[in-house]
Design a protein around this ligand. Sequence first.
Ligand code: NDP
Length: 452
Amino acid sequence: MADDSTSYDFDLFVIGAGSGGVRAGRVAAAHGARVAIAEEYRIGGTCVIRGCVPKKLLVYGSHFAEELQDAANYGWTVEKMSFDWPKLRDAVLKDVDRLNEAYTATLDNHKVERFLERATITGPHSVKLASGKELTAKVILVATGAWPIVPKFEGSEHCITSNEVFHLETLPKRVLIAGAGYIAMEFAGIFNALGCHVTVANRSNVILRGYDESLRDRLLQITMARGIEYKFNCPFQKVTKREDGAFDVHFEGQDPVCADVVMIATGRRANTNGLGLENAGIVIGERGEVPVDDTGKTSCDSIYAVGDVTDRVQLTPVAIREGQAFADRLFGTSDVRIDYSFIPSAVFSQPPLAGVGLTEGQARNAYGSVKVFSSDFRPMKNVFGHRPERGLYKMIVDAATDKILGLHMIGPEAPEILQAAAIAVKAGLTKADFDATVALHPSMAEELVLMR
Ligand code: NDP
């Protein structure tokens, strides 16, 4: 960086202490920068405080229902099986506290000055804290993440989002979830496994748009068999509250559904409201996002943005990479550009699904001639557990080069298996390379090298 830094209070001021902001702040500090970070809620951000981490713990917690049922087939007698929601909820929230402290300690250890209050941008190099304090920085990094979108309809104030779901006082008997994306499908699985009646209502007629169709169909079949009800093509009209506290959810052209909790999971919008970007001449995009170039720079030379607020790929590991690359580039010596190709992703539904690369449809559109290989199998664990559910692995290959264009899996532990397989796909390996690898038996992952 240029050497006029001393005229500013800080070399870097980060707004938002989530995955991207914390990584950028601590790496910049490790490079010797004087760094400050402002956070209006809790250090850790969505992933740690009210997203990936507590969600995954709820997935683990709810999955015991299946494990305990299956245990009988293996000779176990589990007497007086019962579930205590407040116990799981509080244990999860305690772990969130632990992580919040760990993230705070990371910042402190790197001597990043923390301001636990809202910051707004007042100019290319200046911010104002909620307390009124004004500070200057050579560079400002916007890492404010995203926020659940709640569509406008009468009675929306009765609904919760993924922000509130971790704090429910009691486990509802009936849950209605609006949307059929990541969050909807993950919480549908959690509530269903915990014994709640779940209805998923989506405005369109698909679940998990963007994932491979065969996997989506498989998830739909399995979850319907597990008791989740679906309502498609039914946008919300209104939600009304009954005297007993339950809610009636009214849709356009469909019968209403009664539920104890109505959860909205219809996407997340970049957190840019009232951030003051206009004071630095930055015009936000149509979806509220901060437009940036491939180095994360906005239209203002001294202001950068990383993570969900840029609405490129709304995934934690991507935000972390962007934060790291930003800090290394501006305060270190490396000039890494993020490679957004072949980013693996997973939905922690029950069963989970995961994918990397192109879906069959996308590959056919892009390449014309593709070969599709698959393995449709019943995991040994399911056979022994008398569960009819089948796993499905699917590989999309460029017919001309044999190179793998996409790999998609649904079944137990699919995300764990796909992470390893994604390395091979990212490295450009071919179907022949997979076939040349001897199967590891007995495992589910061996299906990866046995696809026909
Ligand atoms: P998604 O974008 O995954 O899904 C949104 C769903 O809501 C879709 O089913 C969509 O319908 C529907 N929808 C969108 N807009 C409206 C609207 N205005 N009115 C009614 N319905 C609407 O969003 P999520 O909220 O589930 O998750 C947000 C993001 O968070 C994800 O995109 C993902 O990047 C990230 N995330 C990642 C997770 C993971 O990696 N495991 C877990 C959770 C979140 P349609 O069918 O028409 O598209």
